[in-house]
Design a protein around this ligand. Structure first.
Ligand code: ATP
Ligand code: MG
Length: 290
């Protein structure tokens, strides 16, 4: 039987690395929440959405079971759980990798040396799949946390663990040997049947996220330049097809306004200045719709 309610329930990590960034994203797309620090189930004030704040390990299962319609969770957690959910979007936060790490200057210097060794990990499924794909056999010791001290405690010879900067590994005398899984936050959806109302709401929700992601990567730029430099400036900024060009009170000067992606912008700055652009202003964009 189809759930007739239209209110979307979204699982978010209660307290951890993904929490603030996920809540910022939700607020960035215009959702407003009352005091989410105090309650586990938080109603959105202006959108038919409620958040369920839980441990990240529980999110894939809650979404798989349809307790939550959507969830924001690390790809590592989704893959480890082998959860039956649909991945709607990859989101560029919570970026990390599951890597093999071994004691520095030990006898294990590459993945090929793993045969017959003991590997401590909180990710037995992903680790086993990696070993199988390489035709290696090793014993997996599953630990729920503090994996990085396992070699020193002689519980294991090597570990696989999540790494972002590598600082934790270094602090524990470990060196990274190989990445076995690249991860980022994912927005996942239940595969349980959803009411039409909910499906429509998810569409709307996704459109807002797309607008937010596009805006995050874009900047509104304004500059002044001699009118004679407009063609050269258009050549410098390839994405700039038809910028807004407005005459200034000063003779022969114009103001140019356009939107560009940040990845290209800083490299172009010098060229713009050389072309005669002055008073270059770069502004963030809140959202880009269509
Ligand atoms: P919970 O109490 O919710 O179970 P946790 O301790 O399991 O929290 P966190 O350490 O908050 O989880 O990490 C949540 C997610 O953040 C990870 O599953 C991973 O996707 C991502 N992440 C990004 N960088 C790192 C990192 N350096 N170490 C661990 N996780 C990271
Ligand atoms: Mg967890």
């Amino acid at each position: 039987t189809l759930d007739s309610s239209t209110s979307l329930r979204i699982a978010v990590q209660k307290s951890g690395r993904l929490t603030d960034k996920t809540l910022n994203l939700l607020e960035g797309i215009g959702l407003k929440f009352d005091d989410y620090k105090r309650s586990l189930l938080v109603k959105c004030r202006n959108f038919d959405v409620e958040l369920l704040l839980i441990r990240d390990d529980d999110i894939p299962e809650y979404v798989e079971d349809g307790v939550c319609d959507l969830g924001f969770v690390g790809a590592n957690t989704v893959a480890e759980d082998e959860a039956d959910v649909t991945i709607l979007r990859g989101l560029d936060y919570g970026v990390c990798r599951l890597s093999i790490a071994a004691p520095k200057a030990g006898d294990i210097q590459s993945a090929a040396d793993l045969n017959g060794k003991r590997i401590a990990t909180s990710y037995p499924v992903l680790t086993r799949k990696f070993l199988e794909s390489k035709g290696l056999s090793a014993d997996i010791v599953t630990l729920s946390g503090s994996v990085e001290i396992a070699p020193r405690l002689e519980i294991a010879d090597v570990i696989t663990d999540l790494v972002s900067t590598g600082g934790t590994l270094k602090a524990n005398g470990l060196q990274e040997l190989e990445t076995i899984f690249d991860s980022e936050t994912q927005l996942v959806k239940t595969n349980k049947p959803l009411s039409e109302g909910k499906q429509a709401l998810i569409e709307k929700f996704l459109q807002r996220i797309e607008g937010y992601q596009k805006a995050e990567k874009s900047r509104y730029i304004m500059m002044n330049a001699p009118e004679s430099a407009v063609d050269e400036i258009k050549d410098i900024i390839p994405s700039l097809k038809s910028p807004t060009v407005m005459p200034l009170a000063d003779n022969g000067m114009v103001a140019i306004h356009t939107v560009i992606t940040i990845t290209t912008f800083w490299d172009l700055m010098e060229n713009l200045k050389d072309a005669g652009a002055t008073g270059i202003v770069v502004l963030p964009i809140e959202s880009m719709i269509a």
